[in-house]
Design a protein around this ligand. Structure first.
Ligand code: SIN
Length: 303
């Protein structure tokens, strides 16, 4: 059997498949279906300093081959997460990634500092949420802002730091370079693409927030292209995501340059998607005579 283990930002994962932030809660519902230790890792819902109730519904809309969401970072706040959810997650024999978000640099710092006294394995700093009025993608769409928040959080924590990037920019490679220069250990991409749907009968947007983030199989080619661009721009590790629903999709995004992958929207269609993708990657390695999966990272042979 092939070796599926990968290393990202110095952290060992038994396989490259991570349940994506916002699509897996804290794992309670999924644990009724399968053993969470089968996952390479879990990235938890974006967590802010204090509890947020999120945006007014409707917050989800279907799209051809995907979905739009405008959840608005609903979460119970960092103290609740540390006290009530993290101890349970850390017993699960899988890598636990704390996805953090904020509306100011000070908030990012405070949330990161609170995690210093925990055993969480990695921080994924979300500077790419398209659904909040303050912060979110505001930090991820300018090289200067991305660099400033990375520099500040880098100083505040010794945890491996991965910065989650937005595709809603002119050059995601430039943003990746800016966060690499300020000490990010890895980048994860892509967060959702800004989109909009309108109910033609009522003439109102389907989402109460008017716009939201597009994810699902429709965005896979965009993610593959952006991971490839970032791989050619930075030396730090990459977690690739966006539209992965099959083992072959995961292999594709790894060939583009990802060291590990996150699976999100596919879970709403198939709650077993992550564990199925691990099995499919194992078969992919067998068919393609790959002994160590991490060897394929960045292996695309361009024309
Ligand atoms: C949300 O909670 O609105 C989604 C989070 C994100 O896209 O970063």
């Amino acid at each position: 059997m092939a070796d599926l283990s990968v290393k990202v930002a110095g952290v060992e994962f038994k396989n490259p498949v991570i349940a994506a932030s916002g699509c897996f809660g804290y794992g309670h519902e999924y644990e009724e279906l399968f053993d969470l230790s089968k996952l390479g890792g879990i990235s938890v819902k974006g967590t802010t300093l204090t509890r947020r109730d999120g945006n007014i519904p409707p917050r989800i809309a279907e799209t051809p081959s995907g979905m739009l969401n405008s959840v608005g970072l609903q979460n119970p706040g960092i103290d609740y997460f540390i006290e009530k959810e993290l101890p349970y997650l850390l017993k699960k024999d899988t890598v636990i990634i704390a996805n953090i978000a904020g509306s100011s640099i000070e908030e990012y710092i405070e949330v990161a500092e609170k995690l210093n006294d925990t055993s969480v394995h990695m921080i994924e700093m979300n500077i790419s949420c398209p659904n909040v009025k303050k912060g979110g993608a505001g930090f991820g769409t300018s090289c200067d802002m991305a660099a400033s928040v990375t520099k500040a959080v880098r100083k505040a924590t010794n945890k491996p730091l991965c910065v989650k990037l937005t595709p809603n920019v002119t050059s995601i490679a430039e943003i990746a370079k800016a966060v690499e220069a300020e000490g990010a250990d890895a980048v994860s991409l892509i967060n959702t693409l800004l989109g909009m749907r309108i109910d033609t009968r009522t003439r109102r947007p389907i989402l109460h927030n008017n716009v939201g983030g597009l994810s699902g199989p429709a965005v896979l080619p965009v993610a593959v292209r952006m991971v490839w661009e970032v791989r050619n721009a930075v030396d730090i590790d990459i977690i690739g995501m966006g539209g992965i629903s099959k083992g072959n999709d995961a292999a594709e995004i790894m060939l583009a340059g990802a060291d590990a992958v996150q699976v999100g929207a596919a879970l709403f269609n198939d709650p077993f998607a992550c564990v199925r993708i691990v099995d499919e990657l194992e078969k992919w390695c067998e068919v393609n005579k790959v002994d160590k999966l991490s060897d394929i990272s960045g292996g695309v042979v361009t024309w």
